[in-house]
Every structure is written in structure tokens, then in C-alpha cells.
Design a protein around this ligand. Structure first.
Ligand code: UDP
Ligand code: MG
Length: 308
């Protein structure tokens, strides 16, 4: 059986349509499936829409969070609830074309354990969004060590991979990169991002920035090494300046140079502050991990699993 995981946050207008579209596609291909809506603490009618679907069809399950925990958490909740032999993660705004699930499923039947959905064409995005996404993905690819420029959350994972991901103890996770990280037999399908038919993107610039910083932090400690590198550069510069000032002292022209002192002070001061900031950021990450709070809180389960 295939579990389709659909993270949904304030998508009341799309739930029913998405469920119907996906069900049609899969039923047409005789693929046994379950649909798992994860309501990420929506404040509109999303819960009611999901509840209606669950009541009408035993193959549909809804998991409701007690508040908004973010898409990553919703994906992981879906993976934990899924009963299928493989899982597909699909945006419930139909920006990921459901027909591609069939292609992914067929590849899975051939023995592939991870099928990555790669963006062939990004949907309509503003210039600044595209530019910042470009920088983020290049950085992320560097720190994570694999090319992530076209990656998305649209993937199919085999039960083995799902179990591996579910067993990871860490809280601050970046789903998209983890499926690369965990290896397994892998292949790709290409899809073009569809325009959103209803509602609007849930990402604000701030949320995206936080997402980027967190994901880099969760995959790399390179910024900490940067502190060391900056320290070494500082040391070299200070050596040069020591030689210069010593020579001036010996020659008896040691006065002056006040500007240099001020500039150096400011420069080194800011380097120290930035470095402390980076270290503080990682300490904060350790702090959150060590608290061991759950990634999300489920407030209720609708339909399917709730009854057994
Ligand atoms: N989503 C979610 N929790 C959030 C934000 C988004 O579950 O906090 C879901 C949303 O309902 C959608 C998917 O994640 O199904 C992708 O979100 P969106 O379409 O807003 O992002 P975009 O397509 O613009 O990247
Ligand atoms: Mg979308």
C-alpha cells in the first residue's frame, strides 16, 4: 500500500479537490493507497474538511496538531502515522502534479527505495525570491555535500527509509536533505511546479530566512570553523601590524596612527561579536535538542487509524 502524506495549513478550499484528484489518479492505476492529511494547526475550516472526508472514506486519515508546528513537523508526523509500504509526500495545494506519483510508484516497484521529485521548472516566483532561493540552495548543497538546487519535499520513500527517518533522535531536522543523507537506492523524476489554484503560499520572507538558517545549522558546523579561520586571519594581520609598530618605535616615529588603532579595535570587536553569535547559535541548538521536546503535538486523529 502507498501512503500519501499531505501537510496542510489553512487550505480549506483545496482539501477536497486534492483528495479527489489524488484518489482518481491512484484508483485509475489500481494502486492501493491511503491519504494522510496532517492539519498543521489550521485556523480555518481545514479540520472540518478533513473530518468530512475521513467520515466518508476509510482510506483517509487526518492528524491534527495542537498548533502550527511547521511543514517539517507535519511531514514527520505523517511518516510516523503512515502504514504503507512506501510513502509519498505531496503538497496539498496541487503544486506537485499527482500524476507523477504513479511514475514514482512504478519506479519503487522496480526496487528503488528513494524517488526524488526534482523541479524541472520552478513555478512563478518573484525575482528576489528566486535569487535568495538560489543562494540558499547553493550554500545548502555546499554544506550538505550533495546537489540540492532542484530538490523539493515531493518524494517517495520506501518503508525501510521511513523507519530510518522515524528512528532519528534529533529534533531540528531538514527533511529534504535527510533523504539524500540517508542513502539507499535512489532515482529521480522531474516535474514542473504547477501554479497554486487557490489560497496563497504560507511562507513569509521571515519564515524562509529562519528555515534557511535552521537547515544550514542542522546540517553543518562549518560556521563554527569559520570562527577559527577568522581568528587565524586576525592573528596574521596583527603580526604584520606588530612588526610595523615595532619598526616605527625603533625609528622613533611611534606617534600618530590613532585612526589605525580605532579601526582595528572596531574591526576586531565586531569579529568577536559575530563569532560569539555563531557559537551562541550552536549552543542554542544544543539547548533545544537537549530539552528533547516533541517535534509536534497531536491533538486528535480523525478517521482511519483513530478507530482501530
Ligand atoms: N504547510 C504546512 N505548514 C506550514 C506551512 C505550509 O503544512 O506551516 C503546507 C501547505 O499547506 C502546503 C505545503 O506545506 O500543502 C506547501 O506550502 P506552500 O504552498 O505555502 O509553500 P510553497 O508551495 O509556496 O513553497
Ligand atoms: Mg505551494
Amino acid at each position: 500500500m502507498l501512503s500519501v502524506i499531505l501537510p496542510s495549513f489553512n487550505e480549506e478550499g483545496l482539501i477536497t479537490k486534492t483528495a479527489e484528484t489524488v484518489a482518481d489518479v491512484l484508483a485509475g492505476e489500481q494502486i492501493p493507497y491511503e491519504l494522510l492529511f496532517v492539519d498543521d494547526g489550521s485556523t480555518d475550516g481545514t479540520r472540518e474538511e478533513i473530518a468530512k472526508l475521513c467520515a466518508a472514506d476509510a482510506r483517509i486519515t487526518g492528524v491534527r496538531f495542537s498548533r502550527n508546528f511547521g511543514k517539517e513537523a507535519a511531514i514527520f508526523a505523517g511518516l510516523e502515522q503512515a502504514k504503507g509500504d512506501c510513502c509519498v509526500i505531496l503538497d496539498c495545494d496541487l503544486q506537485h502534479p499527482p500524476e507523477k506519483i504513479v511514475e514514482m510508484y512504478r519506479l519503487w516497484e522496480q526496487g528503488y527505495e528513494v524517488v526524488e521529485g526534482l523541479k524541472e521548472k520552478r513555478g512563478k516566483e518573484s525575482g528576489s525570491y528566486r535569487a535568495s532561493a538560489g543562494i540558499f540552495y547553493r550554500l545548502m548543497s555546499r554544506v550538505a555535500g550533495f546537489d540540492m538546487t532542484a530538490s523539493s519535499d515531493f518524494k517517495l520513500l520506501d518503508r525501510k527509509v521511513v523507519d530510518t527517518l522515524n528512528a532519528l533522535p534529533e529534533r531540528g531536522v531538514f527533511f529534504r536533505a535527510l533523504s539524500f543523507w540517508c542513502g539507499y537506492k535512489k532515482t529521480e523524476v522531474y516535474y514542473s511546479v504547477q501554479p497554486r489554484t487557490q489560497g496563497k503560499s504560507k511562507w513569509t520572507k521571515r519564515a524562509l530566512f529562519r528555515y534557511a538558517v535552521n537547515n544550514i545549522g542542522s546540517f553543518s558546523s562549518a560556521p563554527l570553523q569559520l570562527v577559527t579561520v577568522l581568528g587565524c586571519i586576525g592573528l596574521l594581520v596583527s603580526l604584520v601590524f606588530s612588526v610595523i609598530s615595532l619598526v616605527q618605535k625603533i625609528q622613533g616615529v611611534a606617534l600618530g596612527g590613532f585612526t589605525t588603532v580605532i579601526l582595528l579595535l572596531l574591526f576586531i570587536g565586531s569579529l568577536i561579536m559575530i563569532s560569539l553569535g555563531i557559537i551562541g547559535y550552536y549552543i542554542a541548538r544544543i539547548y533545544t535538542e537537549i530539552k528533547g521536546r516533541p517535534r509536534y503535538i497531536v491533538s486528535e486523529i480523525l478517521g482511519g487509524k483513530g478507530n482501530d
